[in-house]
Ligand binder design. Structure first.
Ligand SMILES: Cc1cc2nc3c(=O)[nH]c(=O)nc-3n(C[C@H](O)[C@H](O)[C@H](O)COP(=O)(O)OP(=O)(O)OC[C@H]3O[C@@H](n4cnc5c(N)ncnc54)[C@H](O)[C@@H]3O)c2cc1C
Length: 316
């Protein structure tokens, strides 16, 4: 029997969240005396081998799959592979495409699906698992009345443990007649910057930054520590920054190792998108700002003096 984890890489590489998911999945496999098999696409063989070494027994490189947006064809193929591998739990990460594939796979397999998984199940027989809902404000305990399930894992779970296994690597070429009924005519090229949802460090600005012309020190700080940029919703609504950077309940949900919130009050809708971060640092001139309730480290001060000072210190 196998626990199956599906992962889609980017530009041939895997992301830090994905290595955490492999370690998490491998701990489930160990607890249930199963083996962990990875179904991966768009990841080069050396990267897939390294990814698999985080606890997988086998890595199957899926070749010849149609584009990821052909969800129906991909989900049909994945579920056939899951069944062929003797799967009992089918795991997906919580990126947009994988979540959609998880839902389709659950429908095809006629199995229950649990999203928002952030910790190890409290029981495996029956499967009882905690999930976060309502932007993380509610934690519910879900009992799955089935011997199989599809689970969607939150970003940031699992401690990456490279070298804990030496997986068998297998390549499978899909022979599929993919007719999805529409044609992709153009695609925005990737600009080589790291994706906000994959970044391990994020520097984020709020309305306290005062205006787009004051963002330069924030960008310098992000460059110095290799961080992606983010912002609060009013900032993107005002057009100070692109909507791609907006995090929160109505924006992107991120779980970096380090989140630096600059001039952000810490409204619940903002925190909903960043409360999976391992360490939160807040810089705010108001010591009563709610962001300090969730921050691990806080600096009470003016962003326009604190950030340049941080930049200078880091340069030294
Ligand atoms: C349905 C709904 C969904 C929402 N979704 C989101 C969402 O997804 N993401 C999101 O971010 N918001 C969301 N919001 C908005 C949210 O409620 C807050 O209004 C918003 O997060 C506030 O943004 P802010 O912290 O940048 O601005 P403000 O609340 O204006 O806070 C600015 C902060 O900067 C500090 N400050 C000011 N000047 C300085 C200075 N010089 N130095 C240091 N600190 C300074 C202030 O003390 C203050 O704490 C949503 C609201 C609703 C109703």
């Amino acid at each position: 029997m196998s626990i199956i984890l599906y992962l889609q890489g980017r530009n041939g590489h895997f992301t830090p969240h994905q290595s955490g998911w492999v370690s998490f999945a491998s701990s489930l496999a160990e607890k249930t005396s199963n083996l962990l098999t990875l179904l991966v696409r768009d990841i080069q063989v050396d990267q897939a081998t390294l990814l698999g070494s985080h606890g997988a027994a086998k890595v199957v490189l899926l070749d010849g799959l149609p584009a990821a947006y052909d969800l129906t064809t991909v989900a049909r193929y994945l579920t056939a592979e899951y069944s062929a591998e003797g799967g009992t739990l089918f795991l997906f990460g919580n990126d947009t495409t994988s979540t959609a594939l998880a839902a389709m796979s659950a429908a095809i397999l006629n199995t229950p699906m649990v999203t928002g998984v952030f910790s190890t199940p409290t029981s495996f027989n029956p499967l009882v698992i905690a999930r976060k809902s309502f932007s993380g404000k509610v934690i519910s305990s879900v009992k799955v009345n089935s011997s199989e399930a599809v689970l969607v894992l939150n970003a940031g779970i699992g401690e990456a443990k490279p070298g804990s296994s030496a997986p068998v690597i297998e390549t499978k070429r899909a022979e599929l007649a993919a007719d999805i009924g529409f044609k992709l005519e153009s695609q925005q090229p990737e600009d080589g910057k790291q994706l906000l949802t994959e970044a391990l460090r994020v520097v984020s600005g709020g309305r306290g930054m005062r205006g787009p012309e004051f963002w330069k020190p924030l960008e310098e700080l992000a460059d110095l520590i290799g961080a992606a940029m983010a912002c609060s919703r009013p900032v993107s609504d005002e057009g100070w920054r692109s909507h791609h950077e907006h995090v929160g309940q109505t924006g992107k949900v991120i779980a970096p190792e380090l989140y630096i919130a600059c001039g952000i009050s810490g409204a619940i809708q903002h925190i909903a998108g960043v409360n999976g971060s391992k360490v939160i640092v807040a810089i705010n001139k108001d010591k009563e700002a709610p962001i300090f309730e969730v921050a691990d480290y806080g600096i009470v001060g003016d962003v326009h003096t604190v950030i340049p000072a941080l930049v200078e210190a880091l340069k030294k």
